[in-house]
Ligand binder design. Structure first.
Ligand SMILES: C[S@@+](CC[C@H](N)C(=O)[O-])C[C@H]1O[C@@H](n2cnc3c(N)ncnc32)[C@H](O)[C@@H]1O
Length: 349
């Protein structure tokens, strides 16, 4: 399922939102990095067009200052943002790499890449590609690169995806309950709900959603699949509220379906498999000796994978004995940052 399916996009061609972005191939970017190598490749433009979204990004990058400090950025570095999203972190990174640096942004979600393309400056030294960070070694090889100096992973979901009702992410979404980053891969959440057993549902709810009512909700969802299948995000949200007997919520209360949405999203995207393979293998394989990895996680299972990997002293020197968390001020302004944990490590050996 980890196919390298997307095409590269150079921001050299970007002329603003809501316009057409051609796709390109950049087979040979030398690691010593002459700008011209990429510039020349741009002459041989082929490919199909990609109409840009005219959305405006709403996502606020978490732990931005801490990430920038942790990555010890300087001009000339080659940096991968493996979860580029709307480009919030990447924008700050790109501004520190000078003319000779290189920024490669990956995302599984083409909508997010179009937002990133709009947010990032026009430059030959920025490349965007639809891919999982699991595929990073293959992506680098296709660019003629052996390794890079820094990798950032900011795991999970962007606020822009949450706001995209066409994929059923929101509680009031009337779009089909899909919940995938890349709708061409795997099964949608509605398809999973239609076929999962009670045990599978309970496992997802407990493990991925940390849902205390996992058994009750799993039985409810399996029953709905037989009698009145859940089709939209709103169906799911209302159904879970009914199942739990919650008629009213006080302002500021979490929606009772929050953990269920999280569990189904993680299952539909096989997120923990990507995190495991990405963190335990692709990250190390893609960094130069002495290179730095920074990972932000939002879920205890994700953070455990990162913590255990960075403890391997033959591979990593951990630079964060404890995870870095958001300041009180950031948590107040950006509630999403409350569960964020940043770990940074240097590749050894
Ligand atoms: C928290 S957002 C990143 C936000 C970004 N740092 C910013 O400042 O705008 C996470 C992003 O990672 C993407 N994503 C999730 N899993 C991924 C994977 N395995 N490989 C690449 N991108 C992934 C999602 O589509 C989403 O856009």
């Amino acid at each position: 399922m980890f196919s390298t399916s997307g095409d590269f996009v150079s921001l050299k061609q970007s002329i603003g939102a809501n316009l057409i972005f051609p796709h390109f191939d950049f087979p040979n970017i030398s690691s010593s990095g002459p700008v011209g190598a990429m510039g020349r490749k741009l002459e041989s433009i082929s490919c199909k067009a990609w109409r840009m979204s005219d959305r405006v990004a709403v996502h606020v990058p978490v732990l931005l200052r801490e990430v920038i400090q942790g990555l010890e950025l300087q001009p000339g570095l080659r940096v991968v943002d493996g979860t580029v999203g709307a480009g919030g972190h990447s924008r700050a990174i790109a501004s520190r790499l000078g003319d000779s640096g290189l920024l490669i942004g990956l995302d599984r979600d083409p909508m997010m890449l179009s937002l990133a393309a709009t947010a990032l400056p026009v430059s030959d030294r920025i490349v965007l590609k639809q891919a999982s960070y699991v595929e990073l070694p293959t992506v680098l090889a296709s660019l003629g690169l052996k390794d890079v100096d820094r990798v950032l992973l900011d795991l999970g979901l962007s606020s822009d995806q949450l706001a995209d009702s066409s994929r059923g992410f929101g509680f009031t979404s009337e779009g089909p309950l899909d919940l995938r980053f890349d709708t061409n891969q795997g099964k949608s959440a509605a398809e999973l709900l239609a076929t999962a057993t009670v045990d599978e549902l309970e496992y997802w709810l407990k493990e991925f959603g940390e849902e205390s009512e996992s058994h009750r909700i799993a039985r409810y969802l399996a029953g709905r699949a037989k009698s009145n299948p859940i089709v939209t995000g709103m169906d799911l949200a209302n159904g879970i509220a009914d199942c739990l007997g919650i008629k009213r919520r006080e302002p500021g209360d979490k929606h009772p379906a929050t953990r269920v949405f999280q569990a189904l999203r993680i299952a539909a995207n096989e997120e923990l498999e990507h995190v495991k393979r990405g963190v335990e293998s692709s990250l190390y394989a893609s960094l130069s000796p002495g290179g730095l990895a920074a990972v932000i996680s939002f879920h205890s299972l994700e953070d455990r994978i990162v913590k255990q990997e960075f403890r391997k002293s033959d591979k990593w020197e951990s630079l964060t004995a404890k995870p870095v968390v958001a300041s009180h001020q950031e948590q107040r302004v950006n509630p999403r940052s409350r569960s964020a944990k940043l770990r940074v490590a240097r590749k050894v050996g």
